[in-house]
Design a protein around this ligand. Structure first.
Ligand code: SF4
Length: 195
């Protein structure tokens, strides 16, 4: 049986062959909003771990974590889909199959912010700056944040840490509670809110 990443890549290659527009005959249409672009049924950046567009971590009934895109409309925005197709069509398809999560995260950051904002550290990838860049942040005494392990585009573990150095082959992101983000930025613990 095809796994999610295989389906996502098939979907990506079909999108690279041409933008689709709304697919009115799809039984799930509109899964996000009327008039949505359906070039991507599966987001090539999944699981992006970037709360900015509405996605978030959810705990399943068996205690594992998944990234929920229910509240993210981004990949169904026609202009954004066109930009994704343009950005990814620069690469040979074999490379798109072989590349890892960080490669796709960098491309998403370039599309969203014009550059890669995350930092590659010795044994981790710190996505904090990308997520908090446009938030209003204040220093905070002390807080935990998250280290997420992703293998084969699947979330394997999520754990709370208190220092960047604790992360090992993990992606570092803030903890999100309602509209507040708890993290570590510019050598300080911070609490941030959307502006
Ligand atoms: S939250 Fe949006 S951009 Fe991120 S993986 Fe989900 S659909 Fe893609």
């Amino acid at each position: 049986m095809e796994d999610l990443r295989e389906r996502t890549l098939k979907d990506l290659f079909s999108a690279l062959d041409g933008i689709t527009g709304p697919v009115l005959e799809c039984k799930y249409y509109p899964c996000h909003f009327a008039g949505q672009d359906c070039s991507f049924c599966y987001c090539p950046f999944y699981p992006c771990l970037n709360y900015d567009m509405g996605g978030e971590l959810k705990v399943t009934s068996d205690g594992s974590y998944v990234w929920s895109c229910m509240n993210c409309d981004l990949i169904h925005d026609r202009e954004f889909s066109e930009n994704v197709i343009f950005a990814l069509s620069r690469y040979p398809r074999q490379r798109l199959v072989e590349e890892d999560w960080v490669f796709y995260s960098k491309i998403l950051q370039e599309l969203l912010y014009g550059e890669e904002l995350a930092e590659t550290l010795d044994s981790s990838y710190n996505l904090m700056r990308a997520i908090l860049i446009d938030k209003h942040c204040e220093e905070f005494d002390n807080t935990e944040f998250l280290a997420v392990k992703v293998e084969e585009f699947k979330i394997v573990t999520v754990r709370k840490i208190r220092s960047i150095e604790e992360a090992e082959n993990e992606i570092i992101i803030p903890i999100k509670e309602r509209n507040k983000f708890y993290g570590f930025l510019n050598d300080s613990y911070v609490i941030c809110e959307r502006i």
